[in-house]
Design a protein. Structure first.
Length: 538
């Protein structure tokens, strides 16, 4: 009996109380989780140890009846929810062994809460089902342990006694990066992706040969998401950032994408309209930047002549918004013409799309302001227009729940972003990309609401510093995302994939060369093989 993979059918979660006696705390804990799953999953109950008391014995071989009954039950389920309340202790060894022999990748149970175990069968077309189910289960209060992480003191079933059983947890976690994954139309060879990073090395908005070399050096990333690229003159927010709104710019990017593809890589363009994060000195006509509302960011623009205060932007008229949507669409067409594999719409870091989303920057009274549905409208219209122009399988969007960047404030982050995910779901984008700034619970809620691939730039605690491959591997292993984007470590390590596999060493990024300049801090970071040849990497 196989799992029902009918499109739109809710996943089936099978509850198994480890104790199963009438009135046990196990049953109460399980019942609470099942109630929380209502509407997100179908639930069924299999009180195994109550019906088969011999499972509580630790003597002799695993009873065939126990294995047979378990096999029939778990074959029909997308996930198991095993309750082990504190008053009942951990599940009996017989239950663990029977689950293992039934072919389920049991990952452990912690007392006091149900633990969810995700099935290992083939994914349906499009993938991501198990990962989304993990998010739903976590939202219901379940813990979802990593496969192979049996709780201390419990016997390890024979099925786990393999060469991989002796691998340390860090190594086992890191190997998750090197499994293929489908994202839209692309089959990525690994899940260690390169995050977009502004480098400000495009005078007059035109990238040069060094940019082609920079990205080609990092072609081993599962996917490169290029730096933010303005879709129009008024979309520019910083000095020397590249564009995709002129023939010269398109031709220059074609050299970059050609170099990446020749090196075996894949690359998306990030389309970034900065909105109010701009300044008249950036525009030939000296005009004001535009935004949903006339509210200044309170931030400043760096220029060679010093820091300049962002002015109060000009609020877009309702009729003008369609023109801005067209700018995103035309730039996306230009990206495909330039050889990019797809585009990412930048809806984070306080730029124009997020300015419409956030109630601190959007005080409009027309159909683009006020309610969450209205504030989401601009993001959804941009996504729909671009998806129609180049294909939804080549379109993604980056979001940043709760980011304070560029003066953004949101009073309803927890509700806004799951609602945005649900609004975007019918467009069938290739992916959503979350740039975390804390708010891990919002990441989990978006994960549960979003039907396609989810990319994560992990930052569960803003005080923890830069995003790292370690925090990314933990998030990947926990099922929070289908792939992880890393920024500064890719910037400083063009062969980051090799270094992660080897356990290091890693080059340290040089913040002084992040923005502007020449090859230093751009294309001159050494590869591991070069360091080893010189003896410096030992």
């Amino acid at each position: 009996m196989g799992v029902d993979r009918t499109p739109g059918r809710l996943p089936l979660v099978l509850g198994i109380p480890a104790d199963g006696r009438t009135g046990s705390a196990d049953l109460a804990v399980l019942r609470t989780a099942e109630e929380r799953l209502s509407g997100s999953a179908r639930t069924a109950r299999f009180p195994l140890c109550a019906d088969l008391p011999e499972c509580r014995s630790a003597d002799g071989p695993v009873p065939p009846r126990l294995v047979r009954e378990l096999y029939r039950a778990v074959a029909a389920a997308d996930a198991l929810l095993i309750s082990a309340a504190e008053d009942g202790g951990p599940p009996p060894p017989r239950l663990l062994s029977a689950l293992d022999w039934a072919g389920y990748p049991f990952g452990g149970v912690l007392t006091g809460t149900p633990a969810a175990v995700i099935g290992a069968g083939a994914e349906p077309a499009g993938g991501g089902v198990r990962a989304r189910l993990r998010a739903v289960l976590r939202a219901a209060g379940a813990r979802v342990p990593r496969s192979g992480a049996l709780p201390g003191g419990l016997p390890r079933p024979l099925h786990f006694l393999s060469d991989t059983a002796t691998t340390c947890e860090d190594e086992r976690t890191m190997t998750g990066y090197f499994e293929p994954v489908s994202v839209g139309a692309l089959k990525l060879p690994n899940r260690l992706l390169m995050a977009p990073m502004t480098r400000s090395r495009a005078p007059r908005g035109i990238v040069g040969p060094a940019t082609a070399e920079y990205y080609a050096q990092r072609a081993a990333a599962g996917l490169i998401i290029a730096e933010g690229i303005q879709p129009s003159v008024r979309g520019q927010g910083y000095i020397d950032t590249p564009g995709l709104h002129s023939a010269d710019q398109v031709a220059a990017w074609r050299e970059v994408t050609g170099a990446v593809h020749a090196a075996g890589g894949r690359i998306f363009a990030q389309i970034m309209h900065s909105g109010r994060i701009g300044h008249p000195v950036l525009y030939p006509d000296g005009g004001l930047p535009v935004a949903p509302s006339a509210i200044a960011s309170g931030e400043r623009l760096y220029t060679p002549d010093g820091l300049l205060e962002h002015p109060v932007p000009r609020a877009l008229a309702t009729a003008e918004i369609e023109e801005v949507v067209d700018e995103f669409t035309e730039a996306s067409r230009n990206a495909i013409d330039a050889g990019f594999d797809g585009v990412e719409l930048h809806g984070s870091n306080g730029y124009l799309i997020q300015q419409f989303l956030a109630d601190g920057t959007n005080r409009r009274t027309d159909r683009y302001g006020g309610s969450r549905a209205n504030r989401i409208r601009f993001a959804a219209e941009v996504a729909a227009a671009v998806a129609e122009a180049i294909g939804p399988e080549r379109t993604g969007m980056r979001i940043g729940p709760g980011t304070p960047n560029n003066g953004i404030t949101e009073s309803d982050t927890a509700e806004l972003y799951p609602e945005l995910a649900r609004a975007l779901a019918p467009i069938d984008l290739a992916y959503l990309h979350i740039a975390e700034e804390g708010h891990r619970e919002v990441t989990e809620a978006v994960r549960a609401a979003w039907p396609n691939a989810l990319l994560l730039n992990p930052h569960p605690d803003p005080a923890s510093g830069a995003r790292t491959t370690e925090s990314g591997a933990e998030a990947l292993a926990a099922g929070l995302a289908d792939a992880i984007t890393i920024g500064s470590e890719w910037l400083a390590n063009p062969d980051l994939d090799v270094r992660v596999k080897a356990g290091g060493p890693f080059n340290d990024p040089d913040p002084a060369t992040f923005y502007g300049g020449g090859e230093q801090g751009y294309t001159d970071y050494p590869r591991l093989d070069a360091l080893q040849a010189s003896g410096a990497g030992r």
